[in-house]
Design a protein around this ligand. Structure first.
Ligand SMILES: *[C@@H]1O[C@H](CO)[C@@H](O)[C@H](O)[C@H]1NC(C)=O
Ligand SMILES: *[C@@H]1O[C@H](CO)[C@@H](O)[C@H](O)[C@H]1NC(C)=O
Ligand SMILES: *[C@@H]1O[C@H](CO)[C@@H](O)[C@H](O)[C@H]1NC(C)=O
Ligand SMILES: *[C@@H]1O[C@H](CO)[C@@H](O)[C@H](O)[C@H]1NC(C)=O
Ligand SMILES: *[C@@H]1O[C@H](CO)[C@@H](O)[C@H](O)[C@H]1NC(C)=O
Ligand SMILES: *[C@@H]1O[C@H](CO)[C@@H](O)[C@H](O)[C@H]1NC(C)=O
Ligand SMILES: *[C@@H]1O[C@H](CO)[C@@H](O)[C@H](O)[C@H]1NC(C)=O
Ligand SMILES: *[C@@H]1O[C@H](CO)[C@@H](O)[C@H](O)[C@H]1NC(C)=O
Ligand SMILES: CC(=O)N[C@H]1CO[C@H](CO)[C@@H](O)[C@@H]1O
Length: 842
């Protein structure tokens, strides 16, 4: 019995640190800190209905205070004379006889006061009061017992999440397991994870969620799914989160059996009205619809020669009587007819071209949802100029917490510094301040009632939600940024870290500094100077594949050739895109002399030797230097994390270490691929002679092998020396062996021994490495189980990876031997081994 109890206790502890509670762990504060807390002994919630966010706030406060301070507070619903933590709406507070000199609260805003021994958490509405309770708990969890009294209001009314979950349970750009919402074309019936997700969203003040993919399957409109959607809404409503859905424009035809989906056809209008009315019977407070139309093969109104606004307004009219809104995506472009041979063709022009003349055509409950940049979630883009053109139409920005193009949560990339480049950007509309975050998205600049934020989020069934513990800072920060776009990225990160890992100063500093460097490092080792991410744009958008950018109609061109690189987007000689900005901004982007270096290649086609404004260095030398610097930064991440051993619970420590090690290896794959590729294209060698020179590597194709044959990769630049080996058969063991060269190259000493190989899915090859006959370690090609990125079947920039054995004693004449066993499609492909002296990253 004792044994069992002990076991249960251990399990309980372990479960608490699997990541599921994210930043809402309510971990106990140290006793000396606890002792400083003086809080009231009762919680009064001014609503006793169990589904009320006020009631939920009371439960959450009770649970949180119990965890953080070890005090069990009673929850009542009646005010009393003794000091209490009181939670309610302004109306309920006043009705209960409370007096409050509160600055004006807007929808969802709240007042928090901890003065005079009492705590007042008063919301403009029930949702606001719940947000206030989470704010108070966040302070307590961080040991912050300062007396405060302040009101806070959201920057914008729309603070939504877009899930790209498919009805079959997969997730488009999902890297953390299957959907928490769908399975087998049905909405799930188990609401546990959905409720937990709503709790997380409430704590970051997200008030709406669209649960299904914008590439929408109309089966979400089936009778059974409507009933189940009602259950999701009931589950999320107590957390103040409204539910919406993505629609497929062709549903009247493909799902409803009509002969058309023309938005002007009476039958089509009646069909949508009927569907909408039914949906609102199940979800009376449904947030509304999200629509991707006439984009990347999706149907839309253009099929019938109707305008995009005609299409959007059809939905707007259907939801209007119910108070719903329509989020209509501006991500419309022609992905078929763009021709790179035409110097003037430009996908970046599309959104403004499509929407500019429609500004006075949208109904007032349509919100045009605009991706932060004109292309698609690239590592660096200028702010979308469409924000300057929609003066009468409500608009929202589309950000990304999912890391498509940005390392798929297998690379640490903290995104708020990227968002900040957009939100702080001043469009200077009519020569007046028009900062995207504080002026445009607040609705103030153009006097809009509706405006705000949507973020694509890919939480899945994985206990970590996003597949990576550290990636959760992006979700946390998203909510805070939508509430206040001036939020400081590092301050948010530090709050998140204290809540997620506790307040050990070394843990705080390490996570803060690594995260703050992570996006600059990622930009360094992927695509620089505004050339875009340089990933495989026709494939999974993950590893390097610079040549995939050009010679196709997708319009993510680099125009790289022997003479130069970059898109000429000037008005005088290029695609004219720069001219889509208001005059002051357009003038700056028109010339390379006034374009910021980080966007140089976005706006200009320049010779490889073009000197940057900042460093005076050439474009190509900057590519080389940035890639080496970025890979070096990433190489330091696992070492820095390693120094926290024992200060972070084991499970989260090991899972994070594993990802950071992987990232360090993949950053070198990126570095070498991009440097080798552009050295070849430009013909300009690296001044510092690093590119193509790898004195510490021994290529697999130069090793003595049995059962292996020499092959290559696609693209060529993701292999060192352009050659690899893979096993001859799928089931027979193979060996690659080498002798460490005699002479000066590798004096006897400690080395990090790295092995570069390829990890495909549909197979798990096994490897064992020996030094002078003694095993150093084994591994299996099982990244498909351990990382969530989009897997591939080839030897390419996605499957290229490394393992590293640290501090191995090696000297001239030693024999290094790798024994492998292929499995399935995984033919134990090997690229090279590297013997790295301390401090060398290669
Ligand atoms: C209590 O909460 C319920 C559910 O949110 C709500 O409908 C009701 O109006 C609330 N009552 C008061 C007095 O605020
Ligand atoms: C404590 O929390 C308040 C309210 O969020 C904040 O203004 C203050 O900076 C925090 N104090 C510390 C030391 O973090
Ligand atoms: C519902 O899901 C939760 C969380 O995944 C799980 O723990 C629970 O067992 C499930 N309940 C049922 C009835 O399957
Ligand atoms: C749309 O207009 C074009 C030319 O304006 C015409 O050729 C085409 O038939 C029209 N399509 C429909 C579906 O009306
Ligand atoms: C979460 O994902 C990781 C890697 O993708 C995997 O190792 C782990 O088993 C997953 N855990 C759960 C609970 O799904
Ligand atoms: C102007 O555009 C042409 C292509 O139309 C291009 O070949 C040329 O290099 C550009 N001139 C400059 C100075 O960028
Ligand atoms: C990125 O590259 C630049 C240019 O080489 C370098 O100055 C900077 O330190 C690098 N930053 C990171 C975080 O790698
Ligand atoms: C063996 O590997 C090759 C690729 O090298 C693959 O095409 C083939 O399907 C594999 N066979 C099996 C049984 O997995
Ligand atoms: C491996 C590779 O693609 N090498 C290319 C380098 O560039 C020349 C042209 O300058 C090509 O002919 C090679 O194929």
């Amino acid at each position: 019995m004792r044994g069992l109890l002990l076991l249960l206790a251990t399990l309980g502890h372990a479960a608490a640190e699997d990541g599921l509670n994210a930043w809402l762990r309510y971990a106990p504060l140290p006793n000396d800190v606890r002792d400083q807390a003086h809080i009231p002994s009762t919680i009064v919630t001014l609503n006793s209905t169990e589904t009320s966010p006020i009631y939920v706030a009371g439960q959450e406060l009770q649970k949180g205070i119990e965890g953080i301070l070890g005090q069990t507070l009673d929850v009542t619903h009646e005010t009393s004379e003794s000091p209490s933590i009181i939670v309610g709406t302004i109306d309920a507070f006043t009705a209960a006889g409370g007096e409050l000199a509160v600055p004006e609260l807007e929808e969802d805003g709240f007042w928090l006061s901890t003065k005079d021994g009492a705590v007042e958490i008063i919301g403009q509405n029930e949702r606001g009061a719940l947000y206030g309770a989470f704010e108070y708990l966040s302070m307590l969890a961080q040991g912050n017992f300062t007396e405060v009294a302040y009101a806070t209001n959201p920057s914008a009314p729309i603070r939504w999440i877009n899930q790209w979950d498919n009805m079959d349970g997969t997730i488009e750009r999902g890297y953390a397991g299957l959907s928490i919402f769908f399975k087998d074309n049905l909405i799930v019936s188990n609401m546990t994870r959905i409720s937990e997700y709503a709790r997380l969203l409430a704590s970051i003040r997200v008030n709406g969620i669209v649960i299904n993919n914008v590439n929408a399957n109309p089966v979400i409109l089936s009778d059974e799914n409507m009933v189940r959607l009602g259950k999701i809404a009931d589950t999320m409503r107590p957390w103040g989160v409204k539910v919406g859905i993505s629609l497929n424009f062709a549903s009247p035809q493909t799902f409803g059996g009509l002969s058309t989906f023309d938005p002007f056809d009476e039958r089509v209008i009646a069909w949508w009205t009927d569907i909408t009315d039914k949906l609102y019977e199940h979800v009376p407070d449904m947030a509304g619809y999200l629509v991707k139309a006439n984009s990347e093969g999706q149907p839309g109104p253009l099929t019938y020669n109707r305008t995009l606004s005609d299409g959007a307004n059809m939905f707007a009219k259907a939801v209007k009587p119910h108070g719903g809104i329509v989020m209509f995506r501006a991500f419309v472009y022609d992905s078929v007819n763009l021709n790179e041979n035409n110097w003037k063709d430009d996908r970046a022009n599309a959104a403004v071209d499509f929407f500019r003349d429609l500004d006075d055509k949208f109904d007032d409950n349509v919100v045009v949802q605009i991706k932060y940049g004109p292309i698609d979630f690239q590592v660096r883009e200028p702010a979308s100029p469409l924000f300057a053109h929609l003066r009468q139409t409500a608009s929202a920005i589309e950000l990304q917490v999912a890391q498509e193009y940005l390392g798929q949560q297998c690379h640490l990339v903290y995104l708020p510094p990227l968002w900040k480049t957009i939100l702080d950007f001043d469009l200077r509309v009519d020569g007046e301040p028009s900062v995207i975050g504080t002026d445009v998205l607040t609705g103030k600049r153009f006097n809009k009632r509706l405006s705000g934020y949507a973020a694509v989020v890919n939480v899945g069934l994985n206990a970590t939600w996003l597949g990576s513990h550290l990636a959760m800072s992006n979700l946390y920060a998203y909510g805070r940024v939508a509430w206040d776009p001036t939020s400081d990225p590092e301050a948010m990160l530090r709050d998140w870290t204290r809540l997620t890992f506790g307040d050990d100063p070394d843990v705080l500093d390490t996570i803060a500094s690594m995260s703050m460097e992570s996006w600059p490092a990622y930009e360094n080792y992927t695509g620089n100077l505004g050339v875009q991410t340089l990933t495989d744009i026709t494939g999974p958008h993950y590893g390097p594949n610079p040549q995939s950018m050009d010679n196709n109609p997708w319009g993510q061109w680099t125009r790289a050739d022997a003479n130069g690189i970059g898109m000429d987007r000037t008005v005088w000689n290029g695609t004219g895109y720069a001219g889509q900005y208001p005059p002051e901004v357009a003038a700056a982007f028109e010339s390379p002399d006034t374009t910021p270096d980080e966007l140089l290649l976005w706006f200009h086609h320049v010779p490889w030797t073009h000197a940057l404004r900042g460093s005076g260095q050439s474009v190509i030398q900057h590519f080389y230097d940035a890639h080496y610097a970025g890979a070096e930064t990433a190489a330091a991440f696992p070492r820095r994390w390693e120094a926290l051993r024992g200060r972070v619970d084991d499970r989260r420590f090991e899972e994070t270490l594993f990802r950071l090690e992987y990232q360090a290896g993949h950053a070198i794959v990126w570095r070498d691929a991009i440097c080798d590729f552009y050295a070849n294209v430009s013909g300009v060698p690296d001044e510092r002679r690093r590119v193509g020179a790898h004195p510490f590597r021994i290529e697999a194709e130069h090793m003595q092998t049995t059962g292996y044959r020499v092959t290559g990769t696609t693209p060529w630049e993701v292999s060192s020396g352009q050659r690899i080996v893979q096993t001859v058969g799928n089931s027979t063991a193979a060996v690659a062996e080498t002798r460490v060269p005699e002479g000066e190259a590798f004096p006897r000493g400690q080395y990090d021994l790295a092995v570069a190989y390829y990890d495909l899915y549909e197979g798990k090859a096994s490897y064992e490495i020996f030094l002078n006959g003694e095993s150093l370690g084994k591994w299996v090609g099982d990244l498909e189980d351990r990382l969530g990125y989009t897997l591939t079947r080839g030897m390419d920039g996605h499957s290229a990876t490394r393992v590293t054995f640290r501090g191995v004693e090696v000297g001239p004449g030693d024999v290094i031997r790798i024994e492998t066993l292929p499995q399935g499609r995984e033919t134990a492909p090997l690229d090279y081994i590297a013997l790295l002296p301390p401090g060398v990253v290669d």
